[in-house]
Every structure is written in C-alpha cells, then in structure tokens.
Design a protein around this ligand. Sequence first.
Ligand SMILES: Nc1ncnc2c1ncn2[C@@H]1O[C@H](COP(=O)(O)OP(=O)(O)OP(=O)(O)O)[C@@H](O)[C@H]1O
Ligand SMILES: [Mg+2]
Length: 345
Amino acid sequence: MKSILPSFGKDVSIDIGTSITRVMGGNRESMMSEPSIVATDTKLEKIVAVGDEADRIVRRMPDMWRSLSLLQDGFIVDYRVMHTMLHYFLNKVSNSLRRSRVLVSVPCGMTDVEQRAMMDAVIQAGAKEVFLIEAPIAAAIGCDLPIFQPRGSMVIDIGEGTTDMAILSLGGTVQSQTIRFGGGDIDKALMKYVNQCFGLLVSDQTITAIKHSIAIATPPLEEQEFSFQGRDMTNGIVRRSVIHQSEIYEVINNVLQGLLDAIKQMIRNTEPEIVADMMEYGIVLTGGAAQLQGLPERISAELGVPVQVAVNPDTKVVEGLQKAANNIVSLTRFIVNSKGRKGRA
Ligand SMILES: Nc1ncnc2c1ncn2[C@@H]1O[C@H](COP(=O)(O)OP(=O)(O)OP(=O)(O)O)[C@@H](O)[C@H]1O
Ligand SMILES: [Mg+2]
C-alpha cells in the first residue's frame, strides 16, 4: 500500500479509540483519523474494507456488509480486526515503517497477554519498535501538564466507550484507572428515552445530532429544543417531534453519576497534599465527550475543584504520544511495555 502521508517521519503514534483511530507522525499537521471499524462480507465473513471506506460501504449496503469494531469498553474484542486495522493504518501513513518506532496508547489495567498481542500486531504490521503508554498519561503529556514538577496534576479523558483518568506528580503516576463510561453511554440512554417516551425509532445520527446540539450536564438556564424525525413504533409512519433540553438534562444526569462517583473515589484515595494542588490548579478534561455542554461546570460543582477542557480535546492522547516519542528516555517510567523486531526493546 502506498503511504498517503510521506511526511510522517520516523515516529508514528496511534490512538485506537472505540469510535475513531487517530494516527500522528512528524508534526501536528500529519494527522489522520478514521472510524475504528472494518467491514466484513456478511456471507463469507471476510474483511473487505477498513476505516472510512468500511464506514461508507456499511452505511450504503448494510445487508451485504457488516461492520466490526475493534474495541468494546476499551478492550479488544477481535484480534483479527486488530491485526487488519493496525496494518492498514500504519502502512497508510508510513512508507518506511521498517524504520519506525510506533507509540500506542492503551487503557489502564490492560493484561500482559493483551499488551503482548497488541505489540506483536504492530511488529507484524512492519514496525521496528513499539512502545505502549497508558492513555491518560499520553493525554497529560498532550496537554503539557507539568508532570515532572512536585505538584499533582489530574487529567480525565472521556471518549466514546471509556474514561481514562490519571493523577501525576514528580514524573510518576500517583493513580490511574480506566472505567467503562463514555459518550456512547449517553447515546444509549437518549435512544432509550426517545423510544420509550416518544414511541419513535430514530437513527444513531439523530441521537448524535441531539447530543451535540443541545445535550447538557447542568440544569439549563434557558429552555432549548430540538426537532427530529423518527418512525412511529406502533404504525411505522414517519413523524416529527420536539425534545427539550430539560428532559435531556434529566436523562444525562442519571448516566453521569457513575463517572462522578469514580472521580470522587480517585480523589478520596489521593494524598491530601496532592489534592490541595488539584484544588489550586484544577483538573483538565480531554477526549471527545469532554465537549458535552456544561460538563466541566458539573464536575467542578460536585468536587469543588476547578475543571477546564483542553483545546482540541479529542486529539490530546495522540498528540501526547507523539510528544513522548521525542522524549522517550525521560519518559521511560511511563512506558507500560515495549518490544523491538527482534524481541524486547
Ligand atoms: N460537542 C460534543 N458534545 C458531546 N459529545 C461529543 C461532542 N463531540 C464529540 N462528542 C462525543 O465524543 C465521543 C468520541 O470521543 P473520542 O473521539 O475521544 O472517543 P474514542 O477515542 O473513539 O473512544 P475511547 O477513547 O472511549 O476508546 C463520542 O461519543 C462523541 O459523540
Ligand atoms: Mg480515546
């Protein structure tokens, strides 16, 4: 396969997300992002396309092609999909993969077996060396948090299927964890609400449109509404309806509790001196779902800690990996595992 981005350079970073895989090389301009899916022929069960192309053909002919995801709740569900995806993405961005170091973000608590499977797949795709870094550590590096200073920094990356959190200080990890919460949980709750309360079947795209336009994590000050179309569950007729922001807030409020409890628990288990730093300097949110309206305000109100959302929050993990590539020696403590073509790096 001919590389589309010859400027990717020697180091390539890959953040395999539940919804989107982001690959970065060289500088910030060399970035590619495509859906984390493969399309399979429904009869032959053979993989026929990856990423954007897979998304296109599955949308057009859902009877002939089926999409398979790589991750569920942050963990690998299909190793054949992983091999195909890594091969596709890495070879698409690099002409000289045989000389490349590849940095991959992984969830906290990935088992040794899973780590080795991931590293083997990267080496089999053709890379020279592979380094694994926990996703929230990469996010913290991507946000340029002062992780080497004697002060506590906390980052929370909220994606589609998982939330990765870490507290860092003095060049080490104080605590890190991955929980099963993400934007996909909000989608599921909204879908259930629309089905039950409106009696309408709607597409995933409609739910995403509702979420991105008026979903909110704090009680709305001014009521906004969103008009949408769906198929009546009783008679099959297409009709329009209107959903209000205050209803959506109620739905989201229930879903958010798990996330808020997990953050509280992590802070409770942290040394008071480090918590005092967080009270002063705040928590940084990254990941696509950090863009949910009112989310930083909501977390801040629950915890009494300032919270801010990073600029371009959804690319902070891959940016952090790429920054780490330039600094691999000083970041050795953050490398979860590594492997070279002829064994361990
Ligand atoms: N403006 C927005 N408001 C609310 N949610 C948003 C917004 N923009 C993106 N999202 C949500 O962010 C999520 C995707 O985030 P991201 O790309 O970080 O996930 P991912 O990396 O693929 O998944 P994960 O890290 O969980 O494996 C989706 O649920 C998407 O709907
Ligand atoms: Mg992610």
